[in-house]
Write a protein that binds this ligand. Structure first.
Ligand SMILES: Cc1cc2nc3c(=O)[nH]c(=O)nc-3n(C[C@H](O)[C@H](O)[C@H](O)COP(=O)(O)OP(=O)(O)OC[C@H]3O[C@@H](n4cnc5c(N)ncnc54)[C@H](O)[C@@H]3O)c2cc1C
Length: 462
């Protein structure tokens, strides 16, 4: 008899796990509360786009530090559509003006502290301090125990690199300051690389080398929102079912160890249950067995502008701008999407697409269009008014982005150890924000469900 598995949550984690399990011969049902599969991978269609063109309202690229996402896309028949961003570079906006984000780095940590673009961003004294990283003993930053991104960067490279480069990039990607973020979750492998190469710069250089074509991220022609449908189609081909509009309310375990999933439509019997929902929802469902405090989540809003603005033709801020907290702009980051992705520029001739991300505090930002236009003008250094506006849309993400605190990886390993038999967790709140982490963890989770080996036995990456 095939094991019956219920996967709860139809984001990238749930869909990837469900597909692996269906391929392994399990009888899989995926239950998604909303009317749409994909979770944080979603389309948005503001006015002003040609028919058939949709933009990404959530995730729009994936990290290439591993091949996890590219391999999945190839597996789904989308490999030929994987694209690298244009090599225009990005900027960081500070209170004292914009600076170019150094080309060679990871999460703002530079590979070469003396590179001209690093010197311009942090000053000569900042570069000199960052270079001391090479002289410090490797044990500074590699000793066991929890550590934040800020602690690692400050001790190895100094305050200027942290304030001028790393904090704005971390805020853009993770919606939290570097002092709140677990280094092993946000920069997996960096502490091991530091131990092996002797410096943080060396560790970052090694991680960057793994990225094909030297780019830290890649995208998908037509948008990443194509992926959930491809995953669902492949799941169906292997006999799995993905049902939307079904919210799971509770779980019960019978005396025989079997599971009963209480959903809005009734009960569902299962041998295994995989929770692939955001942290707060997972904590509620897990409550009868374990007390879990999920990482704090920062609600995020994305405003997408479709503009008729010839002044943007020169891509004045390259592919986009990360905004330091003191820069006087409410947005935490801006992507000039038509400058970043050649396929998108070709799809919307004569138009520019600009995406602003909001979310630094604990409440949903819900910015107005006037705020977005002012922020885009300041960040891009180009005056933009309603006259330039062809269309716009705001996508709100109340569940937001999780900020895994120091020690997160060990806590999640302990949680997995404490779960009753047949109950599994995966998703960004466990694995860390971002598709690279989410997809890899989903594969690992599916492998343990069918193989019986617990993810706790996975080797430490740091
Ligand atoms: C605005 C934004 C931009 C981003 N940009 C990028 C990017 O460019 N690159 C990148 O790598 N990452 C990016 N990310 C992060 C990335 O998208 C996420 O880390 C990843 O998609 C999370 O996937 P998931 O499946 O773990 O969770 P989710 O996508 O949150 O999916 C969880 C699903 O569970 C469902 N659910 C919740 N409760 C229940 C319940 N009780 N019953 C049934 N279903 C339930 C939800 O409706 C949801 O569909 C971005 C995220 C956001 C919000």
């Amino acid at each position: 008899m095939s094991p019956r598995v219920v996967v709860i949550g139809g984001g990238m984690a749930g869909l990837t796990t469900a597909l692996d399990l269906a391929r392994a011969g399990a009888s899989v049902s995926l239950l998604e509360a909303s009317e749409r599969l994909g979770g944080c991978v979603a389309p948005v269609t503001p006015d002003g786009l040609p028919d058939g063109v949709a933009l990404d309202g959530g995730a729009e690229s994936f990290a290439t530090r591993t091949t996890a996402v590219a391999d999945l896309l190839t597996d789904l028949g989308l490999g030929q559509d994987v694209v690298a961003p244009e090599r225009l570079g990005a900027w960081v906006l500070h209170a004292d003006g914009p600076v170019r984000l150094p080309a060679a780095g990871l999460l703002g940590v530079p590979v070469d502290p003396w590179a001209a673009d690093v010197r311009r961003a942090v000053g000569v004294l900042g570069s000199a301090r960052a270079w001391l990283d090479r002289l410090l003993p490797a044990r500074v930053g590699t000793a066991d125990g929890p550590m934040t991104v800020a602690d690692l960067v400050r001790t190895r490279m100094g305050r200027r690199v942290l304030d001028r480069l790393v904090d704005p990039v971390v805020a853009g990607v993770h919606s939290c300051p570097a002092r709140d973020l677990d280094v092993d979750t946000a920069m997996p492998g960096v502490r091991r690389g530091l131990a092996e190469t002797g410096s943080l710069a060396g560790a970052v250089a090694r991680l960057r080398e793994r990225a094909p074509a030297g780019s830290a991220v890649a995208g998908l022609r037509g948008g990443l929102h194509r992926v959930p449908a491809a995953l669902a189609a492949e799941l169906a081909r292997h006999g799995g079912r993905a049902c939307t509009g079904i919210e799971v309310e509770a779980l019960h375990q019978g005396p025989d160890g079997g599971w009963s999933v209480l959903a809005s439509y009734g009960h569902h019997a299962a041998d295994h249950v995989v929770l692939a929902v955001p942290g707060a929802a997972a904590a509620r469902l897990l409550e009868p067995w374990v007390a879990v405090t999920p990482p704090p989540a920062v609600p995020v809003s994305v405003v997408t502008l479709v503009l008729d603005a010839p002044d943007l033709d020169t891509a004045p801020r390259g592919t986009g701008v990360l905004v330091a907290p003191d820069a006087g702009v409410a947005a935490k980051g801006l992507t000039h999407a038509t400058a970043k992705w050649a396929w998108l520029a070709e799809s919307v001739p004569g138009r520019h697409v600009v995406r602003l991300s909001y979310g630094r505090g604990g409440t949903l930002p819900e910015p107005e269009i006037t705020t977005a236009l002012v922020d885009a003008s300041v960040a891009l250094g180009v005056g933009l008014t309603r006259r330039n506006l062809v269309g716009w849309a705001r996508t709100d993400w109340p569940a937001g982005l999780g900020a895994p605190p120091p020690g997160h990886r060990d806590r999640m390993a302990a949680l997995r150890r404490d779960l009753p038999g047949g109950l599994w967790v995966t998703g960004a709140w466990v694995a860390g924000t971002g598709l690279a982490a989410v997809v890899a963890d989903a594969h690992a989770t599916a492998a343990t469900v069918v193989g019986g080996e617990s993810p706790r036995s996975e080797r430490r990456q740091n």
